[in-house]
Design a protein around this ligand. Structure first.
Ligand code: IMP
Length: 428
């Protein structure tokens, strides 16, 4: 029996979708626990590429039941579109997907507010995905949110939407933005979505709890990454949820005592999309080369991702705050042609060397990464599926990471396909 959390150990886009899809062979349940359609989990199956935003990456395994947990924020229109697109591929969704009735709803006014706030901030903007994520979580914690179950109750929904629109219009006025004037249309659309999603709504936490008690295997699929966590990330340049392992319990309803594994997913290098600190960012030719080879453009927004060398200081921090006890290193093949590869092992801050990830935003402006340099393997690793296929220098790179982080690397991923993967040992 295993309840495994899959965590992005960097700033998101680590390739979690592929790993969840792969591990879904051996589980009965896959649940998303935070975030919303700001995520873009790319899967390559039999040569075809799928990008999932809200539906868990286990959906392409017919034996898996998928859950969208209470900790997520759901744009019902986007979810219905995604369900229909999956159904068009001939994949059965009905009867094998549950949406938590207590997950919060994103409506049009959350997206309007997201854009208005970003525009108002100018060059201080976060660089959000514009999907209304932040404003929806603000409403949740301000206790004025709309939950999925409310979509089934016209009276409650009407009252909440009208109150929220009044509140938001007062904010929009201060941001020099036109008011929301179509509350009735928003209400009608939301009621219609509620009817369409009614068959999926249930007490998802109870279902997961029952599955755990019966000894079934569960995957909890994180979105975004540890360094975008609202508590532990590079605040305020973060998302508004908790992608870290603590968030997995809150956002799924499973208790901490159920968790058996915390797998951190990290790319062999580093990327970040949106604004905020990125100590190992590369601005010249090397960064461009990583972006080009790694196709580092956002799956949700298409934005070019910022690229840099792997940052072991940041990863050690992710190991600490998540309790990561196994690692998957992805996109190793992107480094196939590099003659040398750098790994950041410390930061220089005000003349002193530290292995601590800064908590103060201003410190990031002054830190300078300290690198170890390893020789590249300079051969294609796309066919690398057994230990014998691993080039000596790639094995050295992995060993260096394991030594620094004191966590075993259990999965090496050398391409987007399911088969372009090497699993070390038995993943129970
Ligand atoms: P929001 O989640 O749309 O509010 O955006 C906040 C920050 O998180 C921005 O820097 C986004 O680029 C980043 N972000 C949100 N979702 C993802 C993701 O799935 N991958 C990578 N970055 C993300």
């Amino acid at each position: 029996m295993s309840v495994r959390i899959i965590i992005g150990a960097q700033w998101g886009d680590e390739g979690k979708g592929k790993i969840v899809d792969m591990l879904s062979d051996n589980v009965s349940w896959v649940a998303r626990y935070q975030g919303g359609a700001n995520a873009g989990h790319t899967l390559k199956i039999e040569g075809r590429t799928f990008v999932l935003h809200l539906v868990p990456s286990g959906i392409f395994h017919p034996h898996v039941h998928c859950v969208i947990g209470n900790g997520t924020v759901i744009d019902p229109g986007a979810l219905i579109e995604e369900i229909n697109a999956i159904k068009e591929l001939g994949v059965e969704v009905d009867g094998r997907m549950t949406v938590s009735e207590t997950a919060h709803v994103i409506l049009k006014y959350h997206k309007v507010l997201d854009h208005a706030r970003e525009r108002y901030k100018g060059d201080q903007k976060i660089g959000t995905t514009g999907r209304g994520i932040g404003p929806a979580y603000v409403h949740k914690t301000a206790r004025m949110g709309i939950r999925m179950m409310d979509l089934l109750d016209p009276e409650i929904l009407r009252e909440k939407i009208y109150t929220n629109v009044d509140d938001i219009n007062a904010i929009l006025a201060t941001l020099s933005h036109a008011p929301i004037s179509d509350a009735d249309d928003i209400l009608q659309e939301a009621l219609d979505w509620g009817e369409q999603l009614r068959p999926y709504l249930a007490d998802a936490g109870k279902m997961l709890y029952t599955a755990w008690k019966k000894g079934e295997n569960v995957l909890l699929e994180g979105a975004q990454g540890s360094l975008l966590d609202v508590d532990h990330g590079t605040y305020p340049f973060v998302t508004s949820s908790s992608p870290t392992s603590g968030g997995a319990c809150i956002g799924s309803g499973l208790p901490p005592t159920s968790i058996t594994h915390v797998m951190g997913i990290a790319k062999a290098y580093c990327t970040r999309v949106g604004n905020g600190p990125f100590p190992t960012e590369l601005f010249g030719e090397t960064g461009d080369r990583i972006r080009e080879i790694g196709h580092e453009f956002g799956a949700t927004t298409g934005r070019p991702r910022r690229c840099g060398w792997i940052d072991l200081v940041a990863l050690a921090y992710a190991v600490r705050i998540n309790g990561i006890n196994e690692l998957a290193i992805t996109k190793l093949d992107v480094l196939d042609s590099f003659d040398e590869i750098k790994l950041c092992t410390a930061y220089k801050l005000d003349g002193a060397q530290t292995a601590d990830f800064p908590m103060r935003l201003a410190d990031f402006d002054r830190i300078e990464p300290v690198y170890a340099t390893l020789p590249g393997w300079q051969q294609s690793t796309r066919e690398c599926t057994t230990n014998e296929d691993v080039p000596v220098n790639m094995a050295g790179f992995i060993k260096f990471i394991e030594g620094y982080l004191e966590v075993p690397v259990r999965i090496l991923s050398t391409g987007p396909g399911r088969n372009e993967t090497l699993v070390v040992g038995d993943l129970a």
